[in-house]
Structures are given as C-alpha cells and as structure tokens.
Design a binder for this molecule. Sequence first.
Ligand code: G3H
Ligand code: 13P
Ligand code: ZN
Length: 326
Amino acid sequence: MATQTRYTDLGFVNAREMFRKAIDGGYAIPAYNFNNMEQLEAIIIGCVESRSPVILQCSGSAIKYMNQTFLKYMAMGVVQMAKELGGNIPIALHLDHGDSFDLAKTCIDQGFSSVMIDGSHHPFEENAKLTRQVVTYARSRDVSVEGELGVLAGIEDKVASEVSHYTRPEEVEAFVEKTGVDSLAISIGTSHGAYKFKVKPGEETPPLRFDILEEIEKRIPGFPIVLHGASTVVPKYVEMINRFGGKLDNAVGVSEEQLRRAAHSAVCKVNIDSDTRLAMTATVRKILAEKPEEFDPRKYLGPARDELVGMIKHKNESVLGSAGKA
Ligand code: G3H
Ligand code: 13P
Ligand code: ZN
C-alpha cells in the first residue's frame, strides 16, 4: 500500500465544524455518493455554484471500483478544481458504511477526512466496541467518525437487510458516550435504494418517524444526526428511464417536504446516492435512445454530468438549505 497521506494535504476538512454550523443554522450538509469522475465533478460544480459545503462519500465497493490510489488523486483534483472555479467551499472526503476497522484505517491513512463505521447489524456491545476502536484511531489523526444505531432496510454496501429496525432512543446516550463518535446515523423509516415504500401509484408515502427523532434529540441535545436513504427517487428520472427502455416499477423515495423538515431538526447530514444514479442513467438512456448512432462517451456522459449539476443545485437550494452557507 502507498505511503500515508493526511487529508489536510489534499485540501479536505473533517466534518465537525460543518455539523456545528448546520445545527446552529437549521440546515443539513449534503453527502453525495460518487463512483466515477463525472459524478465527482458534477457534485463539486453543483456545490460551488450553490456555495454549499459538501461531503463527498464513497462506499468500500465504490473505492474498489475506482482504485484507492486513483481515487485519492481524483479527489485531490476536484478540490483544486473547486478553487479554480472560484469556490473556496469546505469539502470532506468520507467513507460511507465502512464495515471493518481495517477499511476505516486504510481510508484514514489514504487521505479521508471522515469515516463511517457501520456496526448497526451487530448487537449493541459489539457495535460500540468496533466503533470505539475506529474512533480511537481516527482521533489521533483528527478525522471525524459517524456511527450507526438501528438498521435500514435495503442494501448497505455488503450488508443487506430485508426489514428495518428503528433506532431505540433509549440506547443513543450510552452509544455516544461509550464510542465518542462525532455523529450518529439513525433509522426512522428511510431505506436504501429506489424502492423505499410500498405504495400504489398516486398514494402518499408514509411519514418518517419524527417522533423517534424528537425522542433522540431530547436525549442527546445538539448532537449531529445523520439521515441515510434520503433520495427522493426523483419521479422525472424514473419516468425517463422507463420511457427509454428501462424498467423501474413502483420506485418511490422520501418526499422533499419530509427532507426539509428533517434538515431543520438535528439531522445535519443527508445521504444521497440513488438520485445521482437515476439522473445519470436517465440522461444516458435518453441520449442513446434518441441518437443510436452516437458512440462517443463524452456525448452522453457530458450531458449526464450537466443534468446532475442541476439536480445537486436544486437539492442544496430548495431542500437541504445548505446553499449559500459555504
Ligand atoms: O448506502 C449505500 C450506498 O448507496 C452505497 O452503495 O455499495 O452500491 O456503492 P454501493
Ligand atoms: P439512497 O439510496 O436513498 O440514495 O441512500 C444513500 C445512502 O444512504 C448512502 O449511505
Ligand atoms: Zn447509507
């Protein structure tokens, strides 16, 4: 493995200061997943243009896909690009759903400024022990750590669960105290992926469990809370994908209104991956269907990147409230 790299040398910041400002200001920091160059560029351009702080995040499998070393230089490149675009916005590089101490350590050693250790599928004590081990290492490098209590349905990288288990508010104080985490991901009714709720067309989605969130806030006032599975599964893109040869039946996400409410609460980090995938896939499908003679990747990935910039700006400006806060 390559020599160690500190995140400050790459131009990243950890998430602590971002969270403090977001909680005080009643907004949420967007945490967008990426897997390739076009997604990464779009996230940065969208956040620079809306002057939003941002958390760039990738899962263990995304890191494998990109290659850890290549990812480091690509991430360093976008920090530089942001500056050249005139936006000195705070940018964190975060491991999403880290499933082992070794993965978290490798990321910290390779320039990540923030890591999630997801022990949520383990019993409480085991989760706390693993999380504490990561916090101890991360602290020595001033890297922020996100833990998770409660299980989301859907796929969390290698961890898949059929059903969700809401976070038990009575466990949060002890978990935060025992582990020393900087933020806590909770389960209040969202799930990963494009099929979040079983509703018939035209029906409203069930509300998130804000009562659980309020109970958690009472027990750990002012503590940064993270909402995973927060894609709205943008209907426009689902419709485009289906129109141009795809098959996404009954794909539904969280409503923007529910996300706005969450962003005003102790939720200060909102994770979005599926919407990014949908925006790109919809654009690529449309272009290839309409121009079957096209085979230059720039001609479909370029417009997909532009579409994504627009989606990111919309989320920052009209849903999360992070625009103008950088
Ligand atoms: O929460 C999971 C993220 O959407 C990452 O998904 O493991 O397919 O990269 P992935
Ligand atoms: P979505 O599948 O709703 O985009 O959730 C992404 C996520 O939580 C990444 O950790
Ligand atoms: Zn997640």
